[in-house]
Ligand binder design. Structure first.
Ligand code: 3PG
Length: 305
């Protein structure tokens, strides 16, 4: 009987856990749930005898892979997989997957929650501004970015996108106006919503130069990863320009952002994908992918090919 661990320091909604268990019950698997575990040691202990794992942003590093001697597959229930040690998975014969697209709408909705919040002066009662008619630049036009584009149109915004992995035609067909460069995106748009993954190329790539190019009343919304921000550069440009706001779902390392009262906000815990719907979509997809892999060898969403 296969044993599956759901290791989520930030728990799924109970309804999603119930749905995941039902899938594993039907397959004849045992399910173990480890939530809010706090330390990597606790995670490693729980992983010791499992055949498969579902994680969220939980760090699957060499210690976990070493401890999980029976592990055959780990599925990141979500999009970004910078928390998975992919070479380590390969070295240990573990298939790593994600569930692309499953939580995108939730993240996109939160981006708009933060845009409205800043446009309305943090609900202070003072006259704010509207999103209608404003230009929004979507930095990376994948699943989340395209949901942002769809919602932006509902608000009556002009939608621009930059994505180095898409042609202009693909961006146009997916509903946005392409720009020639990332610099052009930032210099064109008052609102920029970041959806780029954290890679060696993108880390610390958004800071003084790009944000400094933005028009008056600039708002940068980050629901992607904190690592893509050059925090020193962003702080410097926010000090120089009182009109720039930074709204983020991933608290920065620097405490200095707290000085920008009224134009800075960070959620206490990353919550873009923290909806019942997103948890159900991503969690159940992960469970199905595990069953399909263990029963049929289906590797469709494998990341470490
Ligand atoms: C993702 O990459 O899917 C999102 O950042 C959500 O991450 P989470 O599962 O930790 O909320």
């Amino acid at each position: 009987m296969a044993k599956v661990l759901i290791a989520t320091d930030k728990p799924f909604a109970p309804v999603a856990v119930k749905g995941i268990k039902e899938i594993f019950d039907a397959a004849g698997y045992e399910t173990v749930v480890l939530e809010k575990y706090g330390t990597q040691e606790a995670f490693a202990q729980a992983a010791a005898d499992v055949d498969a794992m579902i994680v969220r942003s939980d760090k699957v590093d060499s210690d976990i892979l070493c401890a999980a001697k029976n592990l055959k597959i780990v599925v990141r229930a979500g999009a970004g997989y910078d928390n998975l040690d992919l070479p380590g998975c390969s070295a240990n014969g573990v298939v790593a997957m994600n569930t692309p697209g499953q939580n995108s709408n939730a993240v996109a909705e939160l981006a708009f929650g933060m845009m409205v919040m800043v446009a309305r002066g943090f609900y202070s009662g003072k006259a704010g501004t509207e999103l209608k008619g404003k230009k929004i630049g979507i930095h990376a036009y994948g699943n989340v970015g395209q949901n942002v584009g769809r919602i932006a149109k509902g608000f009556g915004m002009e939608v621009y996108a930059y994505d180095p992995f898409m042609t202009d035609e693909q961006i146009t067909n997916a509903g946005a106006s392409p720009v020639g460069s990332v610099e052009e995106l930032y210099s064109t748009c008052q609102y920029v919503s970041i959806h780029t993954p954290a890679t060696e190329k993108t880390k610390k790539s958004i800071g003084y130069d790009l944000v400094g190019k933005m028009p008056k009343g600039a708002v940068v919304v980050n629901t992607a990863r904190k690592e893509v921000i050059d925090e020193e550069g962003l702080i410097a440009v926010m000090k120089e320009r009182q009109d720039i706001a930074y709204m983020t779902d991933i608290a920065p390392d620097s405490e200095e952002f707290k000085q920008f009262e009224g134009r800075y906000f960070a959620t206490p815990k990353k919550m873009g994908a923290q909806t019942a719907e997103a948890n159900i979509n991503a969690g159940l997809a992960a469970a199905r992918q595990i069953v399909d892999f263990l029963e049929n060898g289906n590797c469709k969403y494998q990341l470490n090919k």
